[in-house]
Design a protein. Structure first.
Lengths: 173, 277
């Protein structure tokens, strides 16, 4: 239990630092590809985390990102929305015999099909919200939509890469 | 009553979601106000320190270019130095300068964090109120304008970059003195657009764009960029001008913060103008 909490706190700190110190400074394809890898932290929260805790963790994770990028409310709202949807996605994708709490929502543990469905929806909604809030208007609808979609795909690819490099199959039972 | 509580308990997750969403939307909407942004901005101590460490590391990679730029700037200053000039008129001996009061003071600072790929870009400087920085001071680089300070903490300052759509800077064409507003709606960190220049004004590609000085933030005539494209939109009375920015905002290094020492005096005088009805 303590190990699980510690692992998540460490993962959060690492991802936020990588996001703020490296990824936020990339200027890829003229701003068309803006990866927000830190969402991997929210994706990888343990299965047995209560619903209310998911929302609260999302809120504070977004707040820390906002501190780093001087954008009050932007990441916070996107993360709260994502955390709320995560609760529903987990319910929707629940295996017949429920989740095995010794496993975690990763590709290695849950398989590529399950994970991609789970992550793609959440990352896409998170990015869409973030990019529209960032630009604060609807008049460049097409461009913002494209920017969010391209960036979401890029973020997903990065998440997969990081997972294949750094996570192992959880020892079950 | 019990049913009501049971109902509320059943939708508690949605209620918590609405509460947290409400708080974050509140931050989002009020976040642009001075006070609230101050509490949550990268000029706060912990985040500022982390960014300072980062730029301390990254800085080494750009030392060669930085030196080159400084050397160029020194050469430029030497050109203007009194010692590199000769006296032409011997009869003028005494120079008691009562005409040229110093209006602008420049404070050197280092950019420790900046972005160029967001819709609104910010920079963090390594100096704050203790070094005499305050909000609404302009920032100029070696080649042109960079941004304007929004918030300061004792040791850091948060500035909004020229690469931001809500920072219209008042600029003018150096040749014809026609003025307009510089806006960043190109989404390209190398260019911006200049609006409000009427069709009758002759604008050519290659014309120099400088600051107008009317905003009391930048002195008159600071380099902004060169006109790189003029489009003739038949439906508009104004030119659509694209300006190639002379300062490379994708590089960060040392900048100068401009203090207008006569701003208060000018504000006081302008406040005496009768208000518009």
């Amino acid at each position: 239990m303590i190990g699980k909490v510690l692992a998540n706190v460490l993962r959060f700190m690492l991802l936020v630092l990588v996001q703020a110190l490296v990824l936020d400074h990339l200027d890829l394809a003229n701003g068309w590809l803006v990866p927000y890898l830190y969402v991997l932290f929210l994706l990888m929260l343990p299965f047995d985390l209560p619903d209310w805790a998911q929302l609260v963790v999302g809120f504070f994770a977004g707040m820390v990102m906002d501190l780093f990028s001087s954008t009050p409310g932007m990441h916070t709202s996107a993360c709260v929305l994502m955390a709320f949807l995560r609760i529903w996605m987990l319910r929707l994708l629940r295996p017949r015999d429920g989740y095995d709490h010794t496993r975690s929502p990763t590709i290695a543990d849950m398989g590529i099909a399950w994970w991609t469905t789970f992550a793609a929806v959440l990352v896409f909604v998170h990015h869409l919200w973030l990019f529209f809030v960032e630009i604060y208007r609807f008049d460049e609808l097409g461009a913002t939509l494209l920017r969010a979609s391209l960036s979401a795909v890029f973020t997903l690819a990065l998440c997969m890469l990081v997972q294949t490099l750094f996570t192992r199959v959880s020892r079950s039972r | 009553m019990r049913d009501l509580f049971r109902f509320l308990f059943r939708i508690r997750i949605s209620l918590l979601f609405l509460l947290l969403m409400g708080i974050s939307l509140g931050l989002l909407v009020n976040g642009n106000e001075h006070q609230k942004a101050q509490a949550i901005s990268s000029s706060n101590a912990v985040v500022g320190q982390i960014y300072a460490w980062r730029s301390g590391l990254v800085e080494y990679a750009g030392l060669r270019e930085e030196n080159l730029r400084l050397a160029k700037e020194i050469a430029d200053l030497r050109d203007r130095d009194a010692r590199s000039r000769i006296t032409v008129a011997d009869s003028v001996r005494e120079v008691r300068d009562t005409v040229m009061h110093q209006q602008y003071r420049f404070i050197t600072a280092r950019v420790i964090n900046s972005t160029v790929s967001k819709a609104r870009n910010y920079l963090t400087l390594d100096k704050g109120s203790l070094a005499g920085l305050h909000a609404d001071m302009g920032i100029v680089g070696a080649n042109g304008i960079v941004g304007v300070i929004r918030e300061v903490s004792p040791h850091f300052a948060l500035a909004i970059s020229v690469l931001s759509n809500d920072l219209p800077t008042s600029v003018q064409l150096r040749n014809t003195k026609h003025f307009g507003l510089l806006r960043w709606d190109t989404m390209d960190p190398a260019t911006a657009s200049m609006s409000d220049v009427a069709k009758h004004v002759p604008v050519q590609i290659g014309d120099t764009v400088v600051t107008r000085g009317s905003d009391k933030i930048f002195p008159i005539g600071i380099m902004v960029g060169v006109v790189s494209n003029v489009e003739n939109d038949p439906g508009s009375n104004y030119h659509t001008i694209t300006v190639k920015l002379s300062e490379d905002l994708t590089q960060s290094g040392y900048v100068h913060v401009v203090e207008n020492m006569l701003k208060l005096e000018q504000d006081t005088l302008q406040a005496k103008a009768p208000p518009e009805e």
